[in-house]
Design a protein. Sequence first.
Length: 251
Amino acid sequence: MIGHTVFGRGPAKVIVLHGWFGDSSVFDPMLPALDGDALSMAFLDYRGYGRSRHIAGEYSLAEIARDAVELAGTLGWERFGLLGHSMGGAAALRTAVEAGERVTRILAATPVPASGVPFDAGARQLFESAAEQFDSRQAIIDFSTGNRLSGSWSRRMAELSMAQSDKTAFAAYFRSWSAGGFADKARGLDQPMLVCIGAHDTAITREAMQATYLADYPRCELKTIANSGHYPMQEVPVWFATEIQSFFSEI
């Protein structure tokens, strides 16, 4: 079974998909602000990450989607919502393509679109080097949070990322999420969808979301988080938990 933990015992079922950096423990700071009587949240670790680090795979968005659907079945969840962060936002879309009407709603936080992310040569080199180089990981974290947060925090995030992800998996997931390639399959998904972006996120911008999520999904809304960059669950955990609680409690 894919590695995971379940928080809560509430009627609203949610599978949580983490980003490229680190495993599902990135969400830990927001857990005290969630109501476990209202929500049941399954925090999945991708193959090569965290509790699933020992599980080999192809390390792709399609594989994450299959594992998420299988986990829902194992938990006995016929219908479920999806919360995806960054790469996990694209994985949530891929899961919705696979699971269809079983998916009730989607919250995508600072998400990668189904079309992938274009990189110029310099940026691609930086991101590809992050599989092996600690400094590249910290530089990407600093950049995506607006170069405004404590270096101690970004260094710790990079350390956790290195410790909790397999380098081969990390590199392969980058190739998968940056390529995207399933926008045509995902276009028209009609679940209620909330996209949250950070005002200080220099990578996932309002313009990028308007050209992808808001253009492709008819029931998608966009909300900007005033005091956050790419990691709202770390930067503003109580605010983010409150948004999650409100959105999924509407199921």
